[in-house]
Design a protein around this ligand. Structure first.
Ligand SMILES: NC(=O)c1ccc[n+]([C@@H]2O[C@H](COP(=O)([O-])OP(=O)(O)OC[C@H]3O[C@@H](n4cnc5c(N)ncnc54)[C@H](O)[C@@H]3O)[C@@H](O)[C@H]2O)c1
Length: 435
């Protein structure tokens, strides 16, 4: 059975279904279509389906022309009808894995998408989960749902693999095809088939011996990042007290040709991954009566950073004989990192809330986010619009939260009364404070 799917993959005749047409699913579809596969995209969000079918992009780095080309090729179709999964040979699941209000894994998207697909799973189906999750998800969540829903047996009739997405949005040096792709399976035959599949769109696949190892590998990457960012954030607060420029010190340390990798401080953690994924392991660890102290401590420090930055703004205004109450503040950069249009978990939203809570009047400028979309955690900011930076001199303080590269910081500095810079993009002068 697996030989059949392998030969279909080899001949690019395998029909691929991608579930979840977001930041991960959509770029993946583009790669498979570019490489000659027929792909059906599934999503529960009808607006996204309609936009895709009209070749309208909702992801900054995917131009409408690319969607237009895909639609014209006749090799792509977007739908919200899960019954069409019956016509596919491969299913790749890229749905969200956030945390619940109690900061526990929210598996509802994985569970509901698998439940919707399960009745259409047939013999020979190859299913790959790409969503970041805790080790054991494929075996403990996917396998029973697909077995019960299809009446078939996993790794005999159909196959489950885990292959984490490792994309770094807007990284100019690496893209989907140049980032090695980890693939883990609990059966050696399906591991081969999945590597063959991904081998069509990536330069290198990294097979590992089980789905759990692959699930763990992805979490290690994100925990490593979260912990190291917390470390430099802590050092930033200490070095500020000591009168040491943390960026200069990190850059000096980074000249060591081995054993050191630079991480840089900021106003807190953002994005859909690093602030969230580590807590998937923390939750799973409890089952083993184990507490993940590094993860918890890093989370604590990173969560504290917007509070630290808000206090730095209060202090900077104070030095300029201005109370925070009633001060006009321009927050520059709403996205969680530079040059992207993604503001999920962005510390900038927390900063807005903290500063407004202290009585400031907060505006924002972000060339990538012209108005704030609906946001579960900060509904009060929905539809607030980015203001121009032309009149930078009308603000009592400018807070740089994200270092977008299309902003003229030198010009901003000339016009601003006071700047708090959390990203080290402005040379330190009298009216510039590190944040
Ligand atoms: N964004 C990244 O850079 C990145 C990088 C690596 C890993 N990941 C992981 O990949 C996964 C997806 O992340 P994303 O950033 O693409 O999320 P996203 O929110 O951009 O996209 C997810 C899509 O899934 C759709 N969806 C939700 N429930 C569904 C269901 N039941 N059936 C079908 N579609 C459904 C949503 O409408 C949305 O379009 C997450 O686990 C995330 O942690 C993301």
């Amino acid at each position: 059975m697996i030989e059949n799917i392998k030969s279909k993959i080899d001949a690019k005749k395998a029909v691929i279904g991608v579930i979840g047409l977001g930041y991960v699913g959509l770029p993946l579809i583009c790669e498979f279509v570019k490489n000659g596969f027929y792909v059906v995209g599934f999503d529960t969000d009808r607006k996204k389906i309609d936009k895709l079918n009209r070749s309208e992009s909702y992801i900054g780095h995917i131009p409408p022309a690319k969607l237009c080309e895909m639609n014209k090729s006749g090799k792509f179709r977007a739908t919200s009808s899960f019954a069409e999964a019956k016509e596919t040979d491969i299913l790749i699941i890229c749905v969200p894995t956030p945390l619940t209000k109690n900061r526990e894994p929210d598996m509802s998207y994985i569970v509901s998408s698998c439940n919707a697909l399960a009745p259409y799973v047939h013999k020979g189906h190859l299913i790959s989960l790409e969503s970041t999750t805790y080790p054991g998800t494929c075996q403990e969540v996917l396998k029973p749902i697909f077995e019960n829903g299809s009446g078939l047996t996993a790794n005999k009739d159909f196959f489950i693999v885990f292959s984490p997405e490792r994309e770094d949005p807007n990284n100019k040096d690496y893209n989907i095809s140049s980032i090695p792709k980890i693939v883990g399976s609990d059966s050696s035959e399906s591991l081969e088939a999945a590597c063959l599949l991904y081998g069509h769109v990536v330069n290198k696949t990294i097979p590992v011996s089980s789905t759990r190892v692959a699930e763990a590998a992805k979490l290690i990457e994100n925990i490593f990042r979260g912990v190291n960012i917390a470390l430099v954030n802590e050092l930033k607060m200490l070095f500020h007290k000591m009168g040491i420029d943390v960026w200069e010190a990190i850059n000096a340390a980074a000249t060591k040709p081995f054993g050191f990798m630079p991480f840089y401080p900021g106003p807190g953690l953002g994005g859909h991954c690093i602030p969230i994924d580590p807590f998937y392991l923390t939750w799973k660890a409890r089952e083993y009566d184990f507490s993940t102290k590094f993860i918890e401590l890093a989370g604590e420090i990173n969560t504290k950073m917007p509070h630290y930055v808000a206090d730095r703004v209060v202090m900077a205004l104070n030095e300029h004989k201005k109370p925070i109450k009633g001060s006009k503040i321009l927050l520059v950069g709403l996205a969680y990192k530079k040059d992207v249009d993604d503001m999920r978990e962005s510390p900038s939203l927390k900063l807005m809330e903290l500063l407004e809570g202290k009585g400031a009047i907060v505006y924002y400028h972000d060339p990538f986010i012209l108005s704030i979309p609906v946001n579960r955690d900060y509904p009060q900011y929905t539809d607030r619009r980015s203001v121009s930076m032309e009149h930078a001199d009308i603000y009592d303080c400018i807070l740089i939260a994200t270092a977008h590269s299309n902003i003229d910081y030198a010009s901003l500095q000339r016009r601003a009364k006071l700047i708090v810079d959390t990203r080290n993009v402005i040379s330190k002068e009298n009216n510039v404070y590190s944040g």
